[in-house]
Design a protein around this ligand. Sequence first.
Ligand code: XBP
Ligand code: MG
Length: 240
Amino acid sequence: MAEIKALIFDVDGTLADTERDGHRVAFNRAFKDAGLDWDWDVELYGKLLSVTGGKERIKYYLDEFNQAFTKPDAFDEFVAGLHAQKTEHYKQMMKEGLIPLRPGVEFLIREARDAGIPMSIATTTTMDNVTSLLESSLGAESIAWFDQIGAGDIVPKKKPAPDIFVWVLEQMGLKGDEVIGFEDSGHGVTSAADAGITRIVVTTNDYTENQNFDRATVVLPAMQGPDVKTPVTLAFLNSL
Ligand code: XBP
Ligand code: MG
């Protein structure tokens, strides 16, 4: 196995449990602001997660779960406006420190930083959401700890397409067998694996625990914590 030259992290569900109590709530607040009676409950949101990207998810919701809604003429602008408002709510929630990092995440990030192992991010979510989560959890200076932040619309096709991991690998000048990818979802694993990443660590959450992780190297309930027999440390990653 090639030496580990970098760690590439997904954000939502991997660094923090942002979906159920973060993104979902922010979407609902934006709908309310716009005078819409749409309510994405926990169960429905689980279904909507099959499509990554907030704007894409709103369109999927209308196509599959709310066909009675008459789409306005400037539909893309309408969705973009709703999504921008959702981002404002999400950032505010991060500012309030409502969503902490998952157990073991900060330990691993600090260990990698101390060891001089470059770290990057490959996510579907909006850049502002990434920086506000990092700022609230690890401090504003932590944004610079990440060599590359590949986020949101920086690539045309979101996960499960490999584009965002390919983009990050290219920016870092690394090959897929020289990094470890961290993911929480089946779509994320498909994206990382199709980008050529050979070692993928999955930490599951309530929404993803029953998904297919055949292409992952290891599947754990978290990076660290009472249920994790082997916590995710650099020594552990080197053993993969
Ligand atoms: C994350 C997502 C995102 C967030 C919402 O997927 O699917 O769509 O739910 O973010 P992954 P935006 O963890 O696989 O990257 O609303 O900013 O798009
Ligand atoms: Mg994720």
